[in-house]
Design a protein around this ligand. Structure first.
Ligand code: TRP
Length: 486
């Protein structure tokens, strides 16, 4: 029988898992939410939830994957009677997230190209966008963004380039493709982010961004946001963000765990993934917010506007060096997105490849990667063609809704709402019920302690998964549904 090849080293596993966690969520979700939800208070709540919920679900998923040595679908089937269908929830979530994630990744590639063009067209001394901006008084980021929205064909091409990139890496397999790319790319991303932080924080006026981030109540007092949220909202927002950011609740960590060697320490790895993901989110905030407050103080703070309008403005107003930082920044965003999308695609591919191998059909990675990629491409084309709801076939158009909420306004948000809003938090909530009350926390203990490893936090783990984590996740689910659908 064909051998199931996994990660070659613990470092490679760690970089791949951190790569899965670090993505678009860190770079544009976290900075905005932190400032709008009480700054430093948000950070404390985020860390608290990261330890009591994120870390708990993380090691449960890793242990489940490694114990069974299977992708999400088979893993659930093996361990549970009541929840054996949940792996399919994960596969469906992976598709839905990929649909919009690849579209956004494509947009980011476009912005790399745009900044390269800027660099060469104008030479190092000037900046095409800054000049047009000065001539007609519009903002440069807004120009780039509306041009992209007005030209869905271009968006589709970039989206498909991103899909192809994801496919090429997954075709290489876990050790040969995913691990290799992440082992080099993640440290590079870290360095690139450092460089961007230094530039951003030394801009005149950058200190306002730091105040927005750290001083509770500053954003309201200075009219940046209308009113401060209550503590309940802060918890729900921080929880939802933490959750999406750690790639939990849909089998991604089960899948990666299934490729992890028995001698590796799950407790330590789980903790490191949570810590590194939070550090990168925090670093992204240090890069994005000071830049925004220094060079585009009236610009968008959240959503696509932050990444595709405000940040582009920051680079076009930075002077002759701007395009270089633009290239560096959007490249790092593209990489953060690719390292996440490969893990999403692997959730799907791993399942079908395992099944074929177990049926004695040999290694079918190529075939299934191509099939899954074709399906993802269709979803991605739909999102790009819809162009943020400006088409005449957005969900609201098709359903005849005249004043749509976020979920119906465009196809991007539609897939986001279903996956991030419902399926992921629901998936994690049910998985904690399963571990706590059906198969028992000893299941996880047993797997963590393989090969003489210690599970020193077991008592804490058991207490959390029985009482704290389900409550936390219930709150997250409630908060997500409320913010996405009402
Ligand atoms: N964690 C990713 C981010 O922060 C997004 C994501 C959500 C994800 N669920 C996932 C990535 C599952 C990989 C697998 O952007």
């Amino acid at each position: 029988m064909e051998e199931r090849k996994g990660f070659g080293s613990n470092f490679g596993f760690l970089m791949a898992a951190v790569g899965s966690a670090v993505g678009l969520g860190n770079i544009w979700g976290f900075p905005y939410k932190m400032g709008a939800n009480g700054g430093f208070t948000f950070l404390l709540v985020y860390i608290f939830l990261g330890v009591t919920c994120g870390f708990i679900v993380m090691i449960s998923e890793l242990a489940m994957g490694r114990k069974t040595g299977k992708g999400a679908v088979e893993a659930y089937k093996i361990v549970s009677k009541k929840f054996k269908w949940m792996g399919w929830l994960g596969i469906a979530s992976a598709f839905f997230i990929l649909f919009f994630y690849c579209a956004l990744g494509g947009y980011c590639i476009k912005y790399v190209v745009l900044n390269v063009g800027d660099l060469f067209n104008a030479g190092f001394g000037s900046n095409v966008f800054a000049e047009t901006a000065a001539a007609n008084g519009t903002s440069t980021g807004a120009e780039a963004w509306s041009a992209l929205i007005a030209n869905p064909t271009e968006a589709i091409i970039y989206g498909l380039i991103f899909v192809a990139l994801t496919m090429l890496i997954v075709l290489g397999g876990v050790g040969g493709g995913i691990e290799k790319v992440c082992s080099i790319g993640m440290p590079a991303l870290f360095v690139a982010l450092m460089i961007c932080i230094v530039r951003s924080c030394t801009l005149p006026g950058a200190v306002d961004g730091l105040k927005y981030m750290f001083i509770p109540g500053w954003a309201v007092a200075n009219g940046v946001i209308e009113k401060s949220p209550n503590l309940f909202q802060v918890f729900a927002t921080a929880g939802g963000q933490m959750f999406f950011s750690l790639s939990l609740g849909m089998g991604a960590m089960i899948t990666y765990g299934s490729y992890l060697d028995k001698k590796e320490n799950i407790q330590k790895n789980g903790l490191l993934i949570v810590i590194m993901d939070s550090i990168v989110a925090f670093m992204a905030a240090l890069c994005v917010l000071p830049g925004r407050f220094a060079l585009d103080p009236n610009g968008d703070l959240g959503g696509p506007g932050l990444l595709f309008v405000t940040m582009q403005n920051v680079f076009s107003r930075m002077g002759s060096i701007g395009p270089l930082f633009g290239i560096l920044f959007y490249l790092l965003v593209v990489f953060a997105a690719v390292s996440s999308s490969i893990s999403l695609l692997e959730v799907i591919v791993a399942h079908f490849v395992d099944k074929a191998r177990d049926a004695g059909k040999g290694d079918k990675r190529k075939a299934y990667t191509l099939i899954a990629t074709a399906a993802v491409s269709l979803g991605c084309v739909l999102v790009c063609a819809d162009a943020m709801g400006t088409s005449n076939f957005s969900p609201a158009d098709l359903l005849g809704i005249t004043e749509p909420k976020a979920w119906a306004a465009d196809w991007l948000d539609f897939w986001d709402c279903i996956s991030e809003g419902i399926m992921m938090p629901l998936g994690a909530l049910l998985m904690t019920f399963m571990v706590a009350y059906e198969i028992g926390p000893e299941f996880v203990k047993n797997e963590v302690e393989q090969c003489g490893n210690k599970f020193s936090m077991y008592k804490f783990y058991r207490f959390c998964i029985k009482y704290v984590t389900p409550l936390g996740l219930l709150l997250v689910l409630y908060g997500q549904i409320k913010s996405f659908f009402f």
